[in-house]
Design a protein around this ligand. Structure first.
Ligand SMILES: *[C@@H]1O[C@H](CO)[C@@H](O)[C@H](O)[C@H]1NC(C)=O
Ligand SMILES: *[C@@H]1O[C@H](CO)[C@@H](O)[C@H](O)[C@H]1NC(C)=O
Ligand SMILES: *[C@@H]1O[C@H](CO)[C@@H](O)[C@H](O)[C@H]1NC(C)=O
Length: 532
């Protein structure tokens, strides 16, 4: 799968929606292993990290659901999938961990937000977990008796190499804990869950970073003594790619089995939002000849954030946000703000400065184009910008920031003077200045561009931030709206810059919303008005 957003696929054994699934919880005496050791103190591990649960439940009415509950860092999310109708509802909040929202004592843990909570009111912080969440579409509270299911220690002892490099993380699961509780759908009467036909896979992890590309499967089999946690991840900075399954067999046997993964691209679903392709079946082959064929029960499992961009296609600053969204294929809704009339009170509530772009990301408002672009580049790790924790990440980020600063502190003001010149001769003077500034300040920074900044084959945040202005300089100069001498002189005065700029202005993401004719026309009108 080509995924930059972590995607979780839950393997369901039965695939015919009309047949009831057989959800059988474990019946062990404790979650603790008494003979095979873990490398970490799991109760202490509970105090922080990622808390993820998937509950496979049967209501006393016979209806069956998959309920997912996740708290990690600043994300609180939950979802409910009706396993008969495949109706799916989800809810995501931005949530801040503070002393008020997290209470940790030696024998108590609670993380409580208005729409989601996790409480372990037991000395070991694991045996009994209360999970709850609410949204406009549903609410649930689950009593997860983790003491009924022996822990699955990922990698055999609960610690795995997780990147970048060999940095490790803790990861363990309680695969099939007896679960009771209530699920309420919309305005309907609460459903009571049948604990003999419901279980929860509880999953805990503490990491120092995330590989940009991972897939995880959780498997349950007709033989309930087999529970399997299956990982696939690659480390972009090396050629290492890990594919292994940890199988909990019976109670305390944890087998680590390497396998090979192949996706069936002939059976793929294409997201109408992002254009990304998601395979719907996979084959996992193990060394002993065993293989598993996994089919998705639901095509659309794209984990898309709820993004609205308030924008105007004429504005070069807003254009920056479009380049990131297009380059990374991030799905978003768009709202065009009319810049020729006073801003509406509704828009001023969203962004009191009244400018574009404004990004609404899961309800959080982010403004100022450079901050919006940087936020998206950080939120969706990619070739645009290395992470601060990558090898060389801080240095590459500093180089990009300096390059962008050089453009905006040394070149951009001349461009303004060219466009707003009162006469042709004033414009010619500023045109000379812009070419000279590019040759002096920008040209030397493009040593090694191949074709993009820093020797990159794909665009970086530098091209995102400067691209809209490069496009306009060449369009307007070629059309004679600003002096033609700029486009003519640059190939000789700043050859590396010229080559780089030509590559930038041919990038589909850079061109995605650009309407050259309109920009030339409206700038021509503006210049005419100024000179009138
Ligand atoms: C992500 O995984 C897919 C499938 O295994 C692979 O084709 C792709 O190259 C990977 N991408 C990265 C950045 O490792
Ligand atoms: C809780 O959910 C409601 C919608 O159901 C939302 O309006 C509200 O902002 C959420 N609260 C928090 C603190 O995220
Ligand atoms: C693994 O994690 C522990 C605890 O965070 C740390 O002390 C240790 O150095 C790490 N080992 C490696 C190889 O990263």
């Amino acid at each position: 799968m080509i995924l930059s957003i972590p995607k979780v696929v839950v393997g369901l054994w039965l695939c015919t929606a009309s047949v009831a699934y057989h959800f059988q919880p474990d019946k062990h005496d404790t979650w603790k292993n008494t003979r095979s050791p873990s490398l970490i103190d799991l109760s202490e591990d509970q105090n922080s990290g990622s808390y993820w649960s998937s509950a496979f439940v049967t209501a006393t009415t016979g209806q069956q659901f998959l309920i997912v509950h996740h708290q990690f860092s600043t994300i609180c999310k939950s979802s409910v999938l009706d396993l008969q109708t495949l109706k799916y509802s989800k809810h995501v909040d931005h949530c801040e961990i503070t002393d008020a929202t997290r209470v940790v004592t030696p024998d108590y843990l609670s993380i409580t937000f208005p729409n989601l909570s996790i409480v372990a009111d037991v000395p070991d912080k694991i045996s009994e977990l209360q999970l709850s969440a609410k949204s406009p579409d549903y609410s649930f509270s689950l009593d997860v008796e983790a003491r009924t299911s022996k822990v699955l220690l990922n990698g055999g002892n609960g610690v795995i190499a997780w990147g970048p490099g060999y940095s490790n993380c803790s990861h363990w699961s309680i695969p099939a804990a007896r679960t009771s509780g209530k699920l309420t759908l919309g305005e309907k009467k609460p459903l009571t869950l049948d604990p003999s036909k419901s279980f929860t896979w509880y999953d805990h992890q503490i990491t120092n970073g995330v590989p940009s590309n991972f897939t995880w499967f959780e498997f349950h089999f007709p033989d309930p003594s087999i529970r399997v946690s299956v990982w696939a991840y690659d480390w972009p900075e090396s050629s290492d790619s890990w594919r292994y399954a940890t199988v909990r067999l019976g109670e305390e046997t944890n087998l680590v089995l390497p396998y090979t993964l192949s996706a069936d691209w002939d059976n793929a679903w294409v997201s109408p939002l992002s254009g990304r392709k998601f395979p719907q079946s996979w084959t996992l082959k193990f060394e002993n000849g065993d293989y598993l064929r996994v089919n998705s029960v639901k095509e659309d499992q794209e984990a898309a954030a709820d993004i609205t961009l308030y924008t105007n296609h004429r504005c070069p600053w807003a254009h920056r946000a479009h380049i990131v969204l297009a380059e990374l294929g991030i799905p978003f809704k768009e709202e065009i703000i009319d810049l020729d009339t006073p801003r509406t009170p509704e828009y001023l509530k969203v962004n009191p400065r009244g400018q574009v772009p404004t990004l609404s990301y899961n309800g959080e408002i982010i403004t100022e184009s450079a901050i919006v672009a940087q936020f998206l580049a950080d939120a969706y790790p990619s070739h645009l910008l290395p992470s601060t924790t990558d090898k060389n990440g801080p240095l590459v980020r500093a180089r990009i920031a300096f390059f962008v600063d050089a453009w905006f502190s040394r070149v951009q003001s001349h461009y303004g003077k060219v466009v707003f010149a009162k006469s042709d001769s004033d414009a010619e003077v500023s045109a000379k200045d812009i070419v000279a500034a590019i040759a002096k300040e920008v040209e030397p920074l493009l040593t090694g561009a191949a074709p993009f900044f820093g020797g990159n084959e794909k665009i970086t945040l530098a091209e995102v931030l400067i691209g809209p202005f490069i496009l306009r300089i060449f369009s307007l100069s070629k059309a004679g709206v600003i002096p033609e001498s700029i486009a003519k002189e640059l190939p000789d005065a700043a050859p590396r810059f010229y080559q780089w700029a030509q590559a930038v202005i041919q990038q589909p993401a850079v061109l995605s919303i650009y309407n050259e004719e309109k920009i030339v026309e409206s700038t021509k009108n503006r210049v005419a008005k100024l000179r009138a």
